[in-house]
Design a protein around this ligand. Structure first.
Ligand code: UGA
Length: 428
């Protein structure tokens, strides 16, 4: 089929490339001139595993095209996928104006194109509201569940595809679009658009609640002497609970959980409904970073020159995305009192953009450089490079063998045996 994808953020680009890989002809549009020029040359705007190779392959096959003109993108399209950003406004609710603007223009861009799939995250009820405003268009709510760092795998092998529509015929449309994905019939979940929109928030809030509960347990473990990893082992072997999203750490970040949780709290408030559990998740996430921060400042060695190494700047491994990164929130708390040597395997450039003129912060080219001469190491992102790091080398480079591990990547007993003073929240 001929598909248009409007908006080439992480989700739009990955979705477009996966559709192209599966045999569709995809035309993407974005207003960002530089990004489009780079994509036309085969340069991916972000780091995401396999993204570069997939982009090159689809450009060679001519199955994907990029333009700054939405008209070009939709001219031959049978269906348009909208993957435009919906950043929260100052009132803390998603701004859907970019979507509205596209829908307003669409009849002039291609009067024959009526089917529009809204893949952006929007508050429940948006589809109905937009359908009333644009009666000539047929809008389908189909939220995505891609994780940065494994977005291509998630897109090629979705656990389910949501078809939020009032017309059962759309189920067949989605079966056709996903024909080569090898999905079973029961993986297509057909429902009304409002439930589809709600399900996206429900999934993210549910996952964040698991993380926050584990973080809360880790804080209580710290006071009781119990080990959060042992608790996790017990929970994850209970099939009713399952093993995913139970890693306690320094809190969740990224462009999705914090934004969606804030939006949902405000949405519920707007309709006079109680969202106190969601509010508690948000509070718990803030508390977790605070706990880690206090652990650091109350256990730092007395050093004349207070230099700290920070490993991990992206909000999670396998991405260079630093949006709402908990690591950078920690940097903000520490930067006025310490000299910081930052390192991330992929996100150094973004950090350099942020801290170029900050005298107390330097960006290190490699993990070793960040450690050299530092009084302690703070680990904020669980990259495998850090998990597999030579601990003898670490000890020799640090001024004091002190490690604050915010992601529980090392074994406390082993670290102690090696002579480290090792701090985490919830392990002893
Ligand atoms: C999240 C959801 O997982 C996706 O399903 C959804 O499509 C996406 O948001 C979105 O709304 O577009 P993402 O933010 O890319 O995906 O990354 P996650 O893997 O969910 O991680 C979010 C944060 O939680 C990270 O900071 C990560 O370090 C943290 N986390 C995750 C934990 O602290 N513990 C865990 O056990 C898992």
């Amino acid at each position: 089929m001929n598909l248009a994808v409007i908006g080439t953020g992480n989700i739009g680009l990955v979705t477009a490339l996966c559709f192209a890989h599966k045999g569709h002809t995809v035309f993407c549009a974005d207003i960002d001139h530089k990004k489009i020029a780079n994509l036309q040359k085969g340069i991916a705007p972000v780091f995401e595993p396999s993204l570069h190779d997939l982009l090159q392959a689809q450009l060679c096959k001519n199955s994907i095209r990029f333009s700054i003109s939405a008209k070009e993108a939709v001219q031959d399209a049978e269906v348009a996928f909208v993957t435009l950003g919906t950043p929260n406004t100052t009132a803390g609710l998603p701004d859907i104006s970019a979507i509205e603007q596209f829908l307003t223009q669409l009849p002039n861009l291609n009067p024959h194109l009526r089917k529009v799939v809204i893949r952006s995250t929007v508050p429940p009820g948006t589809n109905l509201q937009l359908t009333a405003k644009f009666p000539g268009l047929h809008l389908i709510a189909s939220p995505e569940f891609l994780r940065e760092g494994s977005a291509i795998q998630d897109c090629l092998y979705p656990e389910r595809v949501i078809v939020g529509s009032d017309s059962a015929a759309d189920l067949n449309l989605f079966r056709e679009i996903y024909m080569s994905f090898g999905l079973h019939d029961d993986q297509f979940l057909f429902m009304d658009p409002t439930s589809a929109e709600f399900s996206k928030y429900a999934a993210n809030i549910f996952l964040a609640s698991r993380i926050s509960l584990m973080n809360e347990f880790s804080r209580i473990c710290a006071s009781t002497g119990a080990d959060i990893k042992k608790i996790q082992q017990v929970l994850s072997t209970d099939r009713r609970i399952g093993s995913y999203f139970l890693d306690a750490g320094i809190g969740y970040g990224g462009s999705c959980f914090p934004k969606d949780i804030q939006a949902f709290i405000n949405y519920a408030r707007g309709i006079n409904e109680d969202a106190s559990i969601t509010q508690a998740i948000q509070n718990s996430n803030t508390n977790q970073l605070e706990r880690y921060y206090k652990l650091i400042i109350s256990n730092l060695p007395e050093a004349h020159e207070k230099v700290l190494a920070i490993w991990g700047l992206s909000f999670k491994p396998e991405t260079d995305d630093v949006r709402e990164s908990v690591s950078l929130k920690l940097v903000e708390k520490l930067r006025y009192h310490y000299r910081l040597q930052l390192y991330d395997p992929k996100a150094n450039t973004h950090a350099a953009d942020l801290y170029r003129d900050t005298k107390t912060i330097s960006i290190s080219d490699c993990a070793e450089a960040a450690l050299t001469g530092a009084s302690a190491l703070l680990i904020c992102t669980d990259w495998s490079e850090f998990k597999n790091y030579d601990l003898f080398k670490m000890k020799s480079l640090l001024k004091y063998p002190v490690v604050f591990d915010g992601r529980h990547i090392y074994d406390p007993a082993h670290m102690r045996d090696l002579g480290f003073t090792y701090h985490t929240v919830g392990r002893h």
